[in-house]
Design a protein around this ligand. Structure first.
Ligand SMILES: [Fe+2]
Length: 457
């Protein structure tokens, strides 16, 4: 499984947020220190500093192809401008790590208002839907802010931080990785609303992969355990580990493809109310959805807008940018259903293919679009697209939100959202694990989200 190679000496009780999920971030937490492990944690500080620098560098790399104008636009309230992501992730380290040292002077005190995402206990903040109105500070000033905080972080780590602060550095790294995926999701939407349909960067075309019918991975059901088992970093919404009883079931060994989706469209899937949840049908009726987000009818075939520009839809690739409502309707049309998150995790935790969560299927700047996977090798549930589950995003049994400002993160978002599993082609390498719970409202289509079918046995 994709647990980090380092075992934190402090127990980080991070809180995911609707970041990837509902919104701009996810993350902060509360930290429970394990004093006897302090020495071990401290001794790993150089490795932590190296990972911090690598993570911060990747954010800069992701922003590199974008002009200051690109980085300023907010194309819808759910989207945040690139420069806001760059600044907010920096604010996180400055506020929660450097702010705890008692000696750091803020780079610009007003940034606390501009780049606080939703921490009520930290202070007032700029309205989320108005982030695109901030022509200033400009992208270059945000770059200077990042460098200033990076240098201060390096000095702080070099000088020695306590276990709580080190745990927050670890959390800040994972938080920034979440924003790296959000940055790519958001800039894709920003570029898509430009009539010129500009590319973010050049990416590879689809591979030539023979299509195949899905096969079922059977599971006998019974009493299973799900949730983070300890060892390595996890957000607090992945705990506590607990027991769940499953009825016999099966999940498909491949994702629903674009060809599958074309059949759904051709069969009137978007025009058949019997297939839809009431709220989903109301959404279809109000929005006029008739295909996944970013699809359009070309002269001869479906086309799709990607981070590399517009290209023909590859029928073999996993369908992407569909909402929960659409995924649920498709599953009903296919005489199947979506898996629960416990079913998904139970199967993923035992598939040899899911032991590796790096490489193919996760963030790769040469691709940035889901690809068809060749047959052969052990089935793998993770990668390419996040997968909608039928599970509402709720606290696990005995979940208790952490105390403190950072404790605002998770618990307050556990309503009106659905869980997605699996990671996507824009999820940073090493960021995913089988217990990872992403979450979005059921109408969200801008995440890199698709689906995998399940059925009863
Ligand atoms: Fe955030």
């Amino acid at each position: 499984m994709p647990t980090p190679t380092e075992q934190p000496a402090v127990v980080v009780r991070a809180r995911a947020q609707p970041g990837l999920g509902g919104g701009d971030d996810r993350s902060v937490l509360t930290v429970q220190t394990a004093p006897p492990l302090l020495d071990a944690q401290t001794s790993r500080t150089p490795a932590l500093a190296a990972r911090l620098a690598e993570t911060r560098r990747l954010t800069d790399v992701l922003a590199e192809p974008l002009s200051p104008e690109d980085q300023t636009i907010q194309s819808m309230p759910d989207v945040s401008p690139t420069k806001w992501h760059r600044a907010h992730t920096t604010w996180f380290f400055e506020t929660f790590v450097l702010g705890s040292t008692g000696t750091h002077r803020p780079f610009e005190p007003a940034y606390g208002y501009l780049f606080n995402s939703y921490y009520e206990t930290v202070g007032p903040r700029h309205p989320r839907a108005e982030r695109g109105l901030l022509s200033r500070p400009g992208a270059a000033e945000i770059g200077a802010y990042r460098r200033h905080v990076d240098e201060a972080m390096a000095r702080a780590l070099d000088g020695g931080l306590g276990p709580d602060a080190l745990a927050l550095v670890e959390l800040g790294i994972h938080h920034e990785q979440q924003h790296q995926e959000l940055l790519l999701m958001d800039i894709k939407h920003v570029l898509s609303v430009n009539p010129l349909r500009p590319a973010y960067r050049r990416i590879a075309g689809p591979p030539t992969v023979a299509e195949r019918a899905p096969r079922w991975i059977e599971h006998p059901g019974g009493l299973v355990e799900v949730g983070h088992a300890g060892g390595g970093f996890a957000f607090d919404n992945e705990s506590p580990r607990h027991r769940v009883h499953l009825e016999p079931f099966a999940v498909a060994d491949r994702l629903v493809s674009c060809r599958d989706w074309m059949a759904f469209i051709d069969d009137g899937g978007y025009r058949t109310p019997q297939l839809w949840l009431s709220e989903g049908w109301a959404t279809v009726s109000n929005t006029g959805w008739d295909a996944p987000l970013y699809w359009r009818r070309g002269d001869h075939a479906w086309e799709v807008f990607t981070l590399g520009g517009i290209r023909p839809v590859d029928p073999a690739e996993p369908v992407c940018h569909v909402s929960y409502f659409e995924a649920d309707a498709f599953a009903r049309w296919a005489d199947a259903r979506l898996p629960t998150e416990a079913e998904w995790e139970t199967v993923a935790s035992t598939q040899p293919g899911d032991e590796v969560t790096e490489g193919d299927g996760f963030l790769d700047l040469d691709h940035l679009h889901p690809r068809a996977v060749p047959a052969g090798g052990p089935p793998r549930l993770s990668g390419q697209v996040w997968q909608w589950t039928s599970s509402a995003y709720l606290p696990y049994p005995r979940f208790r939100p952490p105390l403190g400002a950072v404790g605002e993160y998770n618990g307050k978002f556990m309503v009106n959202q659905h869980v997605l599993r699996g990671g996507s082609c824009v999820t940073p390498v090493g960021h995913h694990r089988p217990t990872y719970r992403n979450f979005f409202p059921p109408s969200a289509r801008w995440p890199f989200a698709g689906l995998r079918l399940a059925t009863d046995r």
